[in-house]
Write a protein that binds this ligand. Structure first.
Ligand code: TEU
Length: 543
């Protein structure tokens, strides 16, 4: 247990505890359920688990609204359950990364309850309070990501408070040093308990413009382009004046890192959703080795699964900072599942699920997998009555919300709720389509998506070039994604065909193939210096 750099190139499996495994029959997953399923996660061959929030919460935003940073919500279990889960994970060689939601609290957090009582209590300045404009309207034009203004009127203080997300998620004022101290001590609480790292929710939202200046309207070609469509996310209608690479945030991240560095082998991964600026922000947050270890961006969470896009994302990041580190993902608990995003034809989903993880596992960076993608699960089609996500309820039907990617894990095809719960009703239904893809239908079955994931992750682990080797793209043909990965003697060439028809590409003369390498599931071949790759397939060789 000595490799402090274990996170570099690691494969992280995201568990959404609400939907992983229920053990107490209330229709909602829990920490004991995670413990029960740890052997399954270990058998995938991942290095770490990122556990979405399990902290005490009124669950207005499914736990991303925390009312006690240092406890477990009874819905998920107890601190003792957490410790048992972590101890078992460590025995199986899995690291545990927990999800700290520091930018905002729940409005039920004692800090906010106190803060809102008056303008001069000890926590009066812990949140972002501001006077109305002379006409009584909100202090400025800022918008919430989840729709409407970013300001909520408080009748007691007769002031507005700011929220980037729901009105029940008030924004902490990071300009206040006491707030920073309190949050660092919450992080310390979990470090002392033995967690291996943190995923930092909305890490680029920590600081707001102290002068509260209005944002200019969004220009179509501005750097904020790339956020969700305005009718779904009005936040994207503004060009955010206050650059999210604020110097104050960089200074806070240094403090956070200094705390982590007091412990052995801990890591951090910041969530940076910042439109087209994201990769620059990641660079600012990860350069130099004294801030975050890595950041997580939304670049590959859109509909674009093309050679140009993937190449652009990788190059934009790697060219902007040599010593920064990125964490790539195709899916998470906020976006439509990627097989549904990347392809319309349901018959092609299995092939796309396999190809996508082959590509992901070959990229330079760490990678995050989201529970269920290893089964090739499509986005669940839910009825309005099923919805629980406030974001989806608000924008239905132009945006159906995030419940469709949060439905329970299907474990056993023949059991009620596919083995997720013994309750009569599961918090979200398990779609029939998912039942047919349950773990027990794929485990040990050659050619299944699940077995493809296991073999592909083993391949990644066996190649130092893939963990943190250099990456160079080749200008072969617009229609293929071609690059080399190299570390020492381990030098690999990859050519992926993401399109609808077979491709034949001539290798440039400077590339000398030493031998073909059987990357699991790829069947591209080489004839007289020409690589032939079928649709949704790839080629791998040692060079
Ligand atoms: O998400 C941050 C974020 O920007 C998302 O709102 C994203 O834009 C949206 O979900 C895309 O559909 C984080 C968490 O991952 C999310 O679950 C929380 O709701 C949010 O923070 C607020 O804490």
């Amino acid at each position: 247990e000595s490799n402090a750099d274990w996170w570099r190139g690691a494969v992280i499996y995201q568990v959404y505890p609400r939907s992983f495994q229920d053990t107490d029959g209330d229709g909602i997953g829990d920490l004991k359920g995670v413990t029960q399923r740890l052997p399954y996660i270990a058998a995938l061959g991942v290095d770490a688990i990122w556990l979405s929030p399990f902290f005490t919460s009124p669950m207005a935003d499914m736990g991303y609204d925390v009312s006690d940073y240092c406890n477990v919500d009874p819905m998920f279990g107890t601190l003792a359950d957490f410790d048992a889960m972590m101890a078992q994970a460590h025995r199986l060689g899995l690291k545990i990364i927990i999800d700290l939601v520091l930018s905002h609290t729940s409005d039920q957090h004692p800090w906010f309850k106190e803060s809102r009582t008056s303008r001069d209590n000890p926590k009066a300045d812990w949140f972002v309070w501001a006077a109305p404009k002379p006409d009584g309207t909100a202090p400025n034009n800022w918008l919430s990501v989840f729709g409407g203004p970013a300001w909520e009127w408080d009748g007691v203080r007769k002031q507005y408070y700011m929220h980037n997300f729901l009105a029940s998620q008030p924004d902490l004022d990071f300009h206040n040093h006491e707030v920073q101290e309190a949050l660092l001590s919450a992080a310390k609480f979990w470090l002392d308990r033995g967690v291996d790292g943190f995923r930092l929710d909305t890490v680029n939202y920590y600081f707001h413009d102290k002068e509260l200046r209005d944002n200019p309207p969004h220009a179509p070609d501005s750097e904020d382009a790339g956020l969700d469509a305005p009718d779904v996310n009005p936040y994207g209608m503004q060009s955010h004046l206050y650059d999210k690479t604020q110097p104050e945030n960089v200074a806070f991240l240094k403090r956070f890192r200094a705390l982590l560095d007091q412990y052995d082998g801990r890591t951090s991964v910041g969530e940076v959703g910042d439109g087209a600026r994201s990769l620059k922000t990641v660079a600012a947050y990860t350069a130099g080795g004294d801030k975050l270890h890595m950041c997580y961006t939304f670049d590959l969470l859109g509909p674009d699964f093309t050679p140009n896009h993937i190449r652009h994302c990788c190059e934009a990041f790697h060219n902007s900072v040599a010593d920064g580190w990125v964490c790539w993902a195709f899916s998470n608990h906020d976006v439509n599942r990627h097989v549904s995003r990347f392809i319309e034809n349901a018959e092609e989903r299995e092939a796309v699920a396999k190809l996508a993880v082959s590509v992901l596992a070959s990229l330079r960076g760490s990678i995050c997998l989201y529970q269920g993608e290893e089964l090739g699960l499509p986005e669940a089609e839910l009825a309005f009555e099923d919805l629980t996500d406030p974001y989806g309820i608000r924008f239905w039907p132009s945006f159906k919300g995030r419940d469709g990617c949060r439905t329970p894990m299907p474990w056993a095809s023949a059991e009620d709720h596919a083995g997720f719960t013994t309750a009569k009703k599961s918090w979200l239904p398990v779609p029939a389509e998912h039942r047919a893809l349950a773990v027990d239908t794929q485990e040990g079955k050659g050619g299944s998506v699940l077995e493809h994931y296991r073999h592909t992750l083993a391949f990644r682990k066996a190649h130092p070039a893939l963990t943190d080797g250099d990456m160079q793209f080749l200008d072969l043909d617009e229609d293929v994604l071609a690059f080399t990965r190299a570390k020492g003697d381990d030098r690999l060439l990859f050519i992926f065909n993401l399109r609808g028809g077979p491709q034949a590409v001539r290798l440039p003369s400077h590339i000398e193939i030493r031998e073909l390498v059987g990357m699991p599931g790829l069947s591209g071949s080489l004839i007289d210096g020409v690589v032939l790759v079928e649709a949704q397939d790839g080629f791998c060789a040692r060079i």
